[in-house]
Design a protein. Structure first.
Lengths: 230, 250
């Protein structure tokens, strides 16, 4: 299977693009559900949605696909990175890369690594605590309409009461912003979608997406820390 | 004008090279960059030194032989020109100019500023051609209708001179701008349809075998290309490859 996926330089690009677009679609869902914290209703809406995401069979299946997609994106990215370094073993004495390309398009591996490090911490804070062990908070159950819900919202409040954690999360979102700013457009180019009719539309949507999604994510830890939401 | 040059000197592929500093004086701003190099070489020959080896041929921007990396840019600071079309008026009196060979694993240095670009020839031989019946009843190309838009795009791709600036400037050492230009110029024309699918598969396979890197859509190649070959060609090659992989038979 590995040989079919990584058969050529172009198949590697296709998988990078497909997994990238898949991860982008995940960001939309994740961001939309988490944004329910801004209803400022003590976490009721958020906890109901978190419960749905944690119990629905389709979502749980997609969780496995998501892990597989992320893993493929990371492995493919690492292979590309090391192959590309090998293809250019000697550096120029006089470098002027900024004349013809952006720094972030050249730094996707670095930005991706920063995002991965952030993800490990993020998974430990939430995914690990709700799926593997248990929440750190004492009020780990919330009653909504007579039903018990796991209080993931309280876990968010606790995690985001630490300034260092909040800063790390915001830095993670900034890395995501730069990664998406190149990655979104790049994915469509890799798949061959670049017709004059919609090339500019993809670029515009890509730029807007790269700003809006990380900004909403970054606003979450900040809003908790600054007590804009209770 | 008087200039300080830092030129990459390397005796052979196997030997270590280094930057060597030279001073040149009384350089006219109307000289081309290669003529300035000629001045340096005359000076070196007169003093009994080994002249700097560099590739050049037509000196009018169409052969694709000149190949210098000047102050961190392929073919120097100007856009849409080769080194031979770069004039010294683009520099100032007293400037220090770094002159290096193309850097890529697939383009080993032969001597000084000359690199071996035969990898491009081998990629071209893997599929960059069409089959034409030459039995005496060859169909006149002008008799085959081609939509104007396709003809223009094909011609734009065909202006690629295979100089290798795309590979030299790409941080990944990728040759995809070159290969995609060759794939595109035939894929867009009726004459290119017979080998259309195997062409893209074979050329990409050869490109990978030659040790070129993978494109990550940075776009530096398009900026530095002396013939302004567009990234659209790479997207077209991606589509061609995808279609040929999904359905290899015609």
């Amino acid at each position: 299977m590995a040989s079919a996926i990584f058969k050529s330089s172009l198949t590697k690009k296709f998988w990078m693009a497909l997994t990238g677009i898949f991860l982008i679609s995940f960001l939309v869902v994740h961001c939309a559900i988490n944004a329910t914290i801004f209803f400022n209703d003590g976490g009721k809406t958020f906890n109901v949605w978190a419960h749905f995401m944690g119990t629905n069979i389709i979502i749980r299946t997609m969780e496995i696909v998501l892990f597989a997609g992320l893993l493929l994106h990371v492995i493919d990215g690492l292979i590309l990175y090391f192959q590309n370094r090998k293809a250019r073993p000697v550096k120029y004495a006089y470098e002027k890369s900024s004349a013809s390309s952006t720094w972030y398009s050249r730094s996707m591996a670095l930005l991706g690594t920063l995002i991965l490090l952030f993800l490990i911490l993020h998974m430990y804070h939430f995914w690990f605590k709700t799926r593997i062990t248990h929440l750190d908070v004492t009020n780990h159950v919330m009653m909504i309409d007579g039903l018990e819900y796991e209080n993931l919202y309280a876990q968010m409040q606790l995690v985001f009461s630490n300034l260092i954690v909040v800063i790390v999360y915001v830095l993670g979102c900034i890395s995501l912003f730069w990664h998406l700013l190149h990655g979104f457009k790049s994915a469509f180019q890799s798949l061959g979608f670049n017709h004059l009719k919609y090339k500019n539309a993809i670029a515009f949507v890509g730029d807007a997406f790269s700003v809006i999604i990380p900004a909403i994510f970054a606003a979450m830890p900040l809003a908790f820390y600054l007590k804009f939401i209770q | 004008m008087n200039l300080t040059l830092k030129v990459w000197r390397q005796k052979s592929t196997s030997e270590q090279g280094k930057l060597v500093e030279y001073k040149v004086s009384e350089i006219s701003e109307d000289m081309s960059f290669l003529e300035m190099m000629d001045v340096l070489n005359y000076k070196l020959i007169e003093s009994g030194d080994d002249p700097v080896a560099f590739d050049h041929d037509c000196r009018e921007g169409i052969c694709g032989m000149c190949s210098m990396f000047i102050n961190g840019e392929a073919h120097g600071p100007n856009r849409g020109v080769t080194t031979c079309q770069l004039h010294m008026r683009s520099f100032k009196d007293g400037d220090t100019i770094y002159i290096e060979p193309w850097r890529s694993a697939a383009f080993p240095v032969i001597k000084d500023l000359m690199v071996d670009r035969s990898a491009f020839d081998r990629v071209q031989q893997a599929g960059g051609f069409i089959s034409v019946n030459t039995s005496g009843r060859t169909l006149d190309a002008n008799a085959i209708p081609v939509p104007k838009e396709d003809a223009d795009k094909s011609f734009d791709a065909a202006t690629c001179i295979g100089c290798g600036a795309c590979v030299a400037t790409c941080p990944n050492g990728s040759a995809m701008l070159f290969v995609s230009a060759k794939v595109s110029q035939y894929a867009l024309l009726p004459q290119g349809q017979v080998e259309r699918k195997e062409r893209v598969l074979n050329m990409v396979k050869k490109m990978d075998e030659e040790g070129f890197g993978n494109c990550s859509n940075i776009g530096a190649c398009e900026v530095q290309c002396p013939k302004n070959i567009s990234l659209d060609n790479i997207a077209r090659m991606n589509r061609e490859y995808l279609m040929a992989s999904i359905k290899p038979e015609n």
